[in-house]
Design a protein around this ligand. Structure first.
Ligand code: FES
Length: 137
């Protein structure tokens, strides 16, 4: 392989890596505050990644569990643990929702199971909307 083609290959790999990172929406730290009791307050108005109904982001940790938050309507949201119900591995964003890279379980943006070996959805976590904030936990 010539050095030019190696460069082209590396540029392609880096481009794919950059797209992959950009495709994983993460809540910005300034929009998320820790509350007492391990709860989170998420300022959804400050998160462009949650602007559209059906959009979903990882917002951080609630009581030691990584949590995903999905907009289900203009002012409604669902939160769920990102611990795969199969063996507890943290799931990652996918094109259609969430995916566990350990054994391939898949979940839609609402956390509903779409492909095993997991047998249940991602465990739901209580939410409450307060102004432009969603309180999780
Ligand atoms: S731990 Fe997620 S599919 Fe096994």
């Amino acid at each position: 392989m010539s050095s030019v083609s190696r460069r082209e290959v590396l540029a392609g790999v880096c481009g794919i890596a950059a797209l992959s990172v950009a495709g994983i929406p993460e809540a910005s730290a300034s929009a998320v505050k820790k509350l007492s009791g391990g709860r989170l307050s998420v300022n959804v108005g400050a998160l462009p990644a949650l602007k559209e109904v059906g959009s979903s982001v990882r917002v951080g940790s609630v009581k030691g569990q990584q949590v995903g938050l999905t907009r289900t309507g203009p002012s409604t949201f669902i939160a769920f643990s990102l611990a795969c119900p199969h063996q507890g591995v943290t799931v990652s964003r996918s094109d259609t929702g969430w995916k566990c890279n350990a054994h391939g379980s898949e979940f839609d943006a609402l956390g509903e199971l779409t492909l095993g070996p997991a047998t249940t959805r991602l465990p739901q976590i209580k939410t409450r909307v307060s102004g432009s904030n969603v309180i999780i936990g």
